[in-house]
Each structure stands twice: as C-alpha cells, then as structure tokens.
Design a protein around this ligand. Structure first.
Ligand code: CU
Length: 146
C-alpha cells in the first residue's frame, strides 16, 4: 500500500513537471543594423533566447541577476546565431559591443518582475556601467512591471 502511494506520488509529479519542461520556448531576437528587435523580451526560466544575424554583432550581459553568469562573451562575436538560456529569474541588460556607440542594447526579463527588481537592476546599472553602456539603463526603464 505504501509503495502504491509513492508510485502515485511519482506519477503525479511527472504529470506536473513533464508539461512544464516541454513548454520551454525559443524566443527570437534579430540583430538589425544598429538595434536588437525586439529590444525587450519577456521569457520564463528555462526559455532560450535565440539571437540571429550575429555575424557583426554580439550580445553580452552587463547587468545580470545576482549569482547569474549571464550570457555572451566580452570581445567575441558569436557569428551567425547564438542561443542564451538565462540561469536565474530577473533582469539581464546586454549590449552589442561593436555598436554600443549607437546604443545597440537590449533587455531580457526572466519571470515576473516587480518594481523593486526593476529599481535594483537600475541601481546596479547606474553604479557599474560606464560611458555608452549606460544606455542599458534607459532600456531597463522601459521594462513593463506586470
Ligand atoms: Cu551590433
């Protein structure tokens, strides 16, 4: 009887987690001349952001949630396309380094975002970003708190 109970519990857990895992989605961001389109994307933890047309662009996080390793590699162009799967919920502000002078920045929001999270990301950005990378702050300002 006890074994049957454990078995049912296992089945119930699988029923909950398998659909949740299969819902992980690919969200596409296209690098265009001097912009990312869309520049702000809202995803769930486990979703992947696929950056296309990256031959002359990169996407490197300059603001990331605490403990996250972010995505992209400073000073490197991934070429073609590259996929980023953020490892923590929160706000990721990133830049295309070759075109930062043109304000080519974007934001990935993972999970639900509160005003406090937005304020904290903005504070971090203001304290750590330099020169044209401060453009990321403007993009964080545009995040919709839902
Ligand atoms: Cu670029």
């Amino acid at each position: 009887m006890k074994l049957l109970k454990q078995y049912s519990l296992l089945l119930a857990l699988l029923a909950v987690f398998i659909p949740a895992m299969s819902q992980a989605a690919d969200i596409v961001v296209n690098a265009e001349a001097r912009i990312f389109k869309p520049a702000i994307v809202y995803i769930k933890l486990g979703d992947t952001v696929k950056f296309n047309n990256m031959t002359s662009h990169n996407a490197v996080t300059y603001v990331a949630p605490e403990g996250s390793k972010g995505f992209g590699t400073k000073g490197e162009l991934p070429g073609g396309s590259f996929s980023a799967t953020p490892d923590k919920e929160g706000i990721y502000g990133y830049a295309c380094e070759p075109h930062i002078g043109f304000g080519m920045v974007g934001v990935v929001v993972v999970g639900s975002v509160t005003q406090e999270m937005k304020d904290a990301a903005k504070k971090t950005a203001m304290e750590t970003l330099e020169g044209p990378f401060k453009r990321i702050i403007g993009m964080i300002n545009k995040i919709e708190v839902k």
